[in-house]
Design a protein around this ligand. Structure first.
Ligand SMILES: Nc1ncnc2c1ncn2[C@@H]1O[C@H](COP(=O)(O)OP(=O)(O)OP(=O)(O)O)[C@@H](O)[C@H]1O
Length: 666
């Protein structure tokens, strides 16, 4: 063990820097208010350069590391649509401004997930993509979306305020935000990061990104939205809050909804928020609304949950196994008894070469205790967790990224998505338990290093408290050719080879597009041309002979549940018609949950106008009238418009005059 009196400088660490709490009282700048490009003049869709902003946005853009081959895993593409991957940004048919912004960002060659997602999105497909940490998933959706919209934003975008006009007055010149894109992710720091990338890719365009998340006063968000918004990046809670303010935000123009870290978002804790975001409020439910989901881990249960939100012909793109780690992260597992962990991490830090290091603890108190211990031991630490104020979180991130405090101690709040290029080491002071994040969280945490072709190390402390994670951990080590220490040998599968059982989607429709191409290997044979897709009309959806959508199946299921329990009568047009169904409810309260589920499934089914496999159209439940005998059911669409009997009629809102005891449900 090292001497606690060793000076950090002797080990080449900088000294600890105290937090300046004074600054929080005076400094009211929020990262979500960062400056974006304002289109004032230019030719067509291309604005004039702004050298100062260009310097600000692109100065720290880096290039991919040399070890990109570790991310060249086998790619599987499933779904009825063929996707011909692009291997060069020049061949992707991108809008010239986006292409130039990629160059300014230092992106030379598309990664595998980008190579497949860019054409799939340009062709207008719903996409579910799983690819390793740090392999460029953000650009995989942002680039094609920005490219597709850039030429059209003046025509189809929502209102915007000219904030450069000499008479601009924020109190007077305000509009309702009507974004074309909504991107949802689980944490504030990740939202900021996606916002920063959007600022880059939208540079010199008319697309205006806005970022909203909790922790920042909602008024600050509203001020940004009131200037107009084309791309809205949000955490789910704040988005739901803003959706309840229809004078501030309307989702009726949305063409793309992206769920980043989708498996986390599909987790039960987010279910209500996600249902509201996907099909609630005034969300555009037309067929031109594309849904996308991305993550590095996507367990089978989450994949099947996700399908209810996707069109039946969605494209599934998988780079490597869903949930796999990659070889650019060296994984080391050390056995350390619980009560020795603090001293062990102290000694480890003094023994290793200084560099940006993230240390994960499982609990808020653990983070604070360890920060105290290491800070008092002379190490330059900072810390982050969900109980800190947003200013404190912003400050901790800035201190870490700038190298002022190169050791960040954090909970899982920084486990996913956070992209800081030079993180050399991740330390799992506590390993995630199987019940809280488990092996998937381990993969995300380790993935904070070794990003985009760079290499890094993840060191984890293992002891008797972590035995539940043992077998999965060993499988992961085996899969990436890492050393399995003696104390983990007992968890090795008999075959000695990694065994995973959830990589197939057996209950998914068995249509297959291109499958099993190795990225970097021969080009998959595809006859679709992604070239010149920007600005061009999306290919007309070929509804005939499409397999039956999961959403239709689900909707039928929920209808049968209703029919089984309630006395139902069909009022209008029979199967295949644009029907109005009436359900006379005997058991009112019991029906509430079924109805909520039914509504969500119907919305998804109708969104794409899907048909049955025999070609007959799925009845459009433009309205489901629930006649309630004794009681009113507090259904969410009604709650969104309190006290009213309005209902949505696909694209317009109609008023229905119903007797008191009747409620309209769509
Ligand atoms: N084609 C490319 N060339 C060079 N750099 C790239 C390229 N694509 C993405 N990057 C950079 O790689 C880094 C990782 O990208 P990103 O954060 O999108 O990864 P990710 O796959 O979403 O990771 P995670 O699963 O951890 O969220 C970012 O700094 C991004 O700017």
């Amino acid at each position: 063990m090292s001497d606690m009196n060793t000076k950090p400088q002797e080990s080449a660490w900088t000294g600890p820097v105290k937090l300046d709490y004074e600054q929080y009282a005076t400094d009211s700048t929020w990262s979500s208010n960062a400056i974006t490009y304002t289109f004032t003049e230019g030719e067509g869709d291309v604005g004039v350069p702004n050298p100062q902003l260009e310097q600000l946005l692109f100065a720290n853009s880096g290039h991919a590391g040399d070890a990109l081959s570790a991310l060249e895993l086998e790619v599987s593409v499933e779904g009825p649509n063929k996707v011909a991957p692009v291997r060069n940004f020049d061949d992707a048919g991108l809008h010239p401004v986006v292409r130039e912004n990629l160059r300014l960002s230092g992106y030379n060659t598309p990664t595998a997930v980008q190579g497949y997602c860019i054409p799939a999105v340009l062709q207008g497909h719903d996409v579910m993509a799983v690819a390793p940490t740090g392999s460029g998933k953000t650009a995989a959706y942002l680039v094609p979306i920005a490219s597709k919209l850039m030429g059209k934003v003046a025509k189809i975008g929502g209102p915007k305020v000219d904030t450069t006009a000499p008479d601009y007055n924020p109190a007077l010149h305000r509009v309702r935000a009507e974004p074309l894109v909504v991107i949802v992710c689980p944490t504030r720091e990740l939202a900021q990061q996606i916002f920063d990338m959007s600022r880059k890719f939208c540079y010199r365009s008319k697309l205006r990104p806005v970022c909203t998340y909790g922790g920042v006063p909602v008024l600050e968000n509203i001020k940004q939205l009131e200037k107009g918004c084309d791309i809205l990046i949000a955490t789910p809670g704040r988005l739901c809050d803003l959706m309840d303010r229809p004078h501030v935000l309307s989702l009726n123009r949305v063409k793309f909804t992206v769920i980043d870290e989708a498996d986390e978002m599909l987790d039960s804790g987010w279910e209500t928020a996600l249902t509201k975001i996907m099909a609630g409020g005034d969300t555009n439910e037309d067929a031109d609304h594309v849904f996308m989901m991305f993550s590095a881990t996507f367990p089978k249960e989450a994949r099947s949950l996700a399908r209810q939100y996707m069109a039946s012909d969605y494209t599934r793109i998988r780079v490597g196994r869903a949930g796999s780690a990659h070889k650019n992260v060296k994984q080391v597992i050390n056995y350390v008894e619980e009560d020795l962990k603090k001293q062990a991490v102290h000694d480890l830090l003094y023994s290793m070469e200084p560099g940006l290091t993230i240390i994960f603890c499982n609990a808020v108190r653990g983070v604070e205790n360890l920060d105290d211990f290491l800070f008092n031991g002379g190490l330059p630490t900072t810390f982050m967790h969900s109980n800190r104020t947003q200013h404190e979180r912003d400050d901790a991130m800035r201190a870490f990224v700038s190298g002022k405090s190169p050791i960040l101690i954090t909970t899982a709040v920084a486990a996913r998505g956070i992209d800081i290029r030079n993180v050399a080491t991740v330390i799992n002071f506590d390993l995630p338990s199987v019940d809280h994040g488990g092996i998937d969280e381990y993969v995300h945490r380790c993935g904070r290093t070794g990003r985009i072709g760079w290499q890094g190390t993840a060191i984890s402390f293992f002891n008797d408290r972590n035995v539940d994670l043992g077998p999965r951990l060993v499988n992961l080590l085996l899969e990436t050719d890492q050393e399995v220490p003696d104390f983990l040998q007992q968890y090795k599968p008999e075959s000695g080879i990694a065994e995973f059982h959830d990589d197939t989607d057996e209950d998914e429709p068995a249509e297959a597009g291109d499958a099993g191409a190795a990225w970097g290997g021969p080009t998959a044979d595809g006859d679709e041309d992604a070239g010149n897709a920007w600005g061009a009309p999306a290919a007309a959806a070929d509804d005939e002979n499409k397999p039956r959508s999961r959403a239709v199946v689900n909707a039928e299921h929920w209808l049968s549940v209703l029919h089984g329990h309630l006395s139902c009568s069909e009022l209008a047009a029979g199967p295949g018609g644009d029907g109005i169904r009436s359900v006379e409810v005997d058991v009112v309260l019991a029906a509430k949950e079924w109805l909520a589920n039914l509504r969500s499934h119907l919305n998804t089914a109708n969104r794409k106008g899907r048909k049955y496999s025999d070609g007959s159209p799925f009845p459009r439940f433009q309205m489901l009238v629930v006649v309630v005998r004794n009681n009113l059911i507090p259904l969410s669409p009604a709650a969104a418009l309190p006290g009213s009997l309005h209902f949505r009629h696909r694209s317009n809102v109609q008023q229905l005059s119903l007797p008191q005891e009747t409620i309209a449900y769509t």
